[in-house]
Design a binder for this molecule. Structure first.
Ligand code: IPM
Ligand code: MN
Length: 354
């Protein structure tokens, strides 16, 4: 691997910058041990900059970020900015502009972490959700007619393209093969109701599956998937699903693995030279800002995923093992303020264990 890993760090809003620093701290520490250096450049996108300057994400920002292959993001969302402006203007804009068509969400119950599921252990909760990340209802296609009148009409269109669906599903099969666990890929959709869009997805799934005879091509309707995920999470190996369903089921999955303090996500452009972005799933948690109490484990996990996707597989593995040691033997809880340690102490602990 290259001896210099260049990382763009977007701390963002609320507690985002605090957790991003811990992720960066761990990246630097593991780099020292594994023989590469980490060169971080910080960007100030977020609610504060928007309120002060009116800038959300400029072409110049995009150009600067284009010099990186890896982005570590803290959190986007500011209490003084109307919902949607920063989310669509920064987070979704980056996913779309950099064509990060895969959203990767490992759902792994780390040792010592509490799950709300009775009698389920780290052996039972260990699957991955792959969420398509650039199509579906997130495309922003739609409009109003007769707005603000009694006969108002609104449309919000879900878009699925054959090339978009195919590249996402093919990556899902590849991922399942490389993960090499149960070799089961469960497509989660709603073919019984969405008889056009999800029919396209279903036909494409069957076509691509022919190239992967070693992988079990499995299917769940999304409602049934929610039921099974709670009842028998051990059934799942890799779930692959559409953008909107993926948004919903990964929040549920995040709770099964111990909550927003531990759940991480990657927005990945798997093409050569693609720019990928890694983030904790939790929001900006404004009430904890500056208190040094927020849980950085999710961001440190996001940093591990960054390493894996950037090709530093050994370093990634080392970070994940260190996280598991810290959750399993040190932390009292994964909730903000109840961890038994501060945010920065958790980062230090992971570095020590490395
Ligand atoms: C997520 C988030 C985003 C999404 C929001 C903040 C736009 O919920 O990453 O899951 O809906 O994709
Ligand atoms: Mn979400």
């Amino acid at each position: 691997m290259a001896d210099v890993l260049k990382v763009a760090v977007i701390g963002g809003d609320g507690t985002g910058p605090e957790v991003a620093q811990e992720g960066l701290k761990v990246l630097k520490a593991v780099g020292k041990l594994e023989g590469f250096s980490v060169e971080a450049t910080e960007f100030d996108f977020g609610g504060d900059r928007y309120l002060q300057t009116g800038k959300i994400l400029t072409e110049e920002d995009i150009e600067q970020l284009s010099g990186f292959k890896s982005i570590l993001l803290g959190a986007i969302g500011h209490p003084d900015v109307a919902p949607g402006i920063l989310e669509r203007g920064i987070l979704l804009a980056l996913r779309f502009r950099f064509d990060q068509y895969i959203n990767l969400r490992p759902v792994k119950l780390f040792p010592g972490v509490e799950t709300p599921l009775k009698d389920k252990t780290p052996d039972d909760i260990d699957f991955v959700v792959i969420r398509e990340n650039t199509e579906d209802m997130y495309g922003g296609i739609g409009g109003f007619m007769h707005k603000n009148t009694p006969m108002e009409i609104a449309t919000q269109t879900a878009v699925y393209t054959r090339p978009g669906v195919e590249r996402w599903l093919r990556w899902s099969f590849e991922y399942t093969r490389n993960r090499n666990r149960r070799k089961r890929l469960t497509l989660v959709a709603k073919t019984n109701v969405l008889t056009y869009g999800h029919d396209l997805i279903w036909r494409t799934f069957q076509d691509v599956a022919k190239e992967y005879p070693d992988i079990e091509a499995d299917y769940n309707h999304v409602d049934a998937c929610c039921m099974w995920m709670v009842k028998n999470p051990e059934y799942f190996d890799v779930i692959t699903t559409t953008n909107m369903f993926g948004d919903i089921i990964t929040d549920m999955a995040g709770i099964l693995q111990g909550g927003m303090g531990v759940a991480a996500g990657g927005n990945i452009n798997p093409e050569p030279g693609g720019i990928s972005m890694f983030e904790p799933m939790g929001g900006s948690a404004p009430k904890y800002t500056g208190k040094n109490v927020i849980n950085p484990i999710a961001t440190i996990s996001a940093a591990a995923m960054l390493l894996e996707i950037a090709g530093y597989v050994k370093a990634a593995d080392r970070v994940t093992k260190a996280i598991m040691h810290v959750t399993g033997t040190k932390m009292k809880s994964q909730a903000a303020g109840k961890m038994g340690y501060s945010t920065t102490e958790i980062g230090d602990l992971v570095c020590e264990v490395l």
